[in-house]
Design a protein around this ligand. Structure first.
Ligand code: C6P
Length: 405
């Protein structure tokens, strides 16, 4: 991996406050390569039309391309069928779809198991579903290092457990969770599992059949694609049984004022005009990842993680949150008693973009008794120079932090 990326990712040449931008906020969103931006522009320049509806040339072409990306996604995550790939607006919508549709089966006293390190997107939709019927949420605890307690997890199952939802990679701690084990244990109890893969798909090979999960959710914008598109993978058998999430155009077969029958999968879950251009951008992003090789990206980011973790030891009173043995390229930390926001604001002044705060994971913050962390997160174009810049930046701002500014 080298800085030829600067020509592929035009935004990486940006200067902030007359300094080279060091972009270390990739868990929030990755930057977009030129081929993704081109796919989006070309769609609006040459293809723009509504899909599945028209018989005209443009509509037919756009439909073919859109459905082509569905098959690309199918291959990308090794789904059994393209009918198992539903386009959504992002991870949040994918999880809400399942919590609302599959969640309509929940009854009073039923139980949903969530890990203690979930993003709010994988907590609140389940709370809403549980609150509607008087079901309840049980939480898998995790250690100080940020490792899920699998034994405690096993002990949470009862006859009333209806679903397990857990992330593949924690956006705050970086932990790579043992998703296959989580699924195997749940399946032994006859319980389906949703995996939130928002922080995984751009960083490691994902094979939904190998994991064995029932649902897998991710966002395009965290994998070099445009914002506004995401994916819900669902096992065909489950998706077939589930009621629609939203009603509207294209999700129907026949409509009268008395009753409606629904379209086949996956269209039953894609009501209304989709973000066609963004979906084509997602296809270009999958091509981009394939051109780099997902295993090369994973190796590169793993080296960066080791390097970053080592170099951060040079900063006095710096504590890393999340030290699991299996981690992705996410490093959360605090320096002394400084507020994460102060560190992030000062780093910004030297050109370094990190995220600060609770990262939409307040229960993790409560677990450690802190308000937030500073988070550096990597992508394929991140370099050791970027990490050197982070360390140099931290050294530079330390006196300001010490003086309480
Ligand atoms: N995490 C972060 O800075 P959406 O917003 O729908 O694309 O993704 C939601 C989401 C769900 N699960 C996980 C594990 C996530 O990390 C995110 C998004 C961003 O960490 C923005 S809060």
């Amino acid at each position: 991996m080298d800085n030829t990326y600067n020509s592929q990712f035009p935004i990486l040449n940006t200067e902030v406050y007359n300094k080279r931008l060091v972009y270390l906020d990739n868990a929030a969103t990755t930057q977009k390569p030129r081929q993704v931006i081109d796919a989006l522009i070309n769609y609006y320049l040459t293809l723009n039309s509504n899909i599945h509806r028209g018989t005209h040339h443009l509509a037919t072409l756009a439909t073919e391309r859109y459905e082509g990306v569905r098959r690309q996604v199918q291959q990308f995550i090794n789904a059994h069928s393209h009918r198992e790939v539903v386009f959504t607006r992002g991870t949040t919508e994918s999880i809400n779809l399942v919590a609302s549709s599959f969640g309509s089966r929940l009854h009073q006293y039923d139980e949903v198991i969530l890990s203690g390190m979930e993003h709010h997107s994988n907590i609140v939709p389940w709370q809403l579903a549980c609150q509607r019927v008087g079901a309840r949420i049980k939480v898998i605890p995790f250690s100080d290092e940020g490792v899920l307690d699998v034994r405690a997890y096993e002990s949470l199952f009862t006859k009333r457990t209806r679903i397990v939802a857990c992330n593949h990679v924690s956006n705050t701690l970086g932990t790579i969770n043992p998703v296959k084990d989580i699924v195997d244990i749940a399946h032994r109890h006859g319980v389906p599992v949703l995996i939130d893969g928002a922080q995984a798909v751009a960083h490691m090979a994902v094979d939904v059949q190998q994991i064995g999960c029932d649902f897998y959710c991710f966002s395009g914008h965290k994998m070099y694609a445009p914002m506004g598109v995401g994916v819900l993978y669902g096992r065909e058998e489950l998706l077939s049984e589930m009621p629609p999430y939203q009603g509207g155009g294209e999700m129907i077969q026949d409509v009268t004022f008395e009753r409606t029958t629904y379209n086949e999968l996956p269209f039953k879950f894609e009501a209304g005009t989709p973000s066609v251009g963004d979906v084509l951008g997602l296809g270009a992003a999958i091509d981009f990842i394939a051109s780099q090789g997902i295993d090369n990206i994973a190796r590169h980011e793993d080296k960066l993680l080791t390097y970053c973790t080592q170099r951060l030891q040079e900063i006095p009173r710096l504590r890393i949150y999340g030290t699991a043995p299996r981690k992705a390229g996410v490093v959360s930390f605090l320096v002394g008693n400084s507020h994460s926001y102060d560190v992030g604001t000062l780093l910004d002044k030297v050109g370094i973009a990190v995220r600060t705060g609770h990262h939409c994971t307040q229960p993790i913050m409560d677990r450690y008794g802190i308000a937030g962390t500073v988070r550096a997160s990597f992508a394929c174009y991140t370099t050791t120079e970027d990490i050197d810049a982070l360390v140099a930046g931290l050294k530079r701002i330390l006196p300001l932090l010490d003086s309480g500014i």
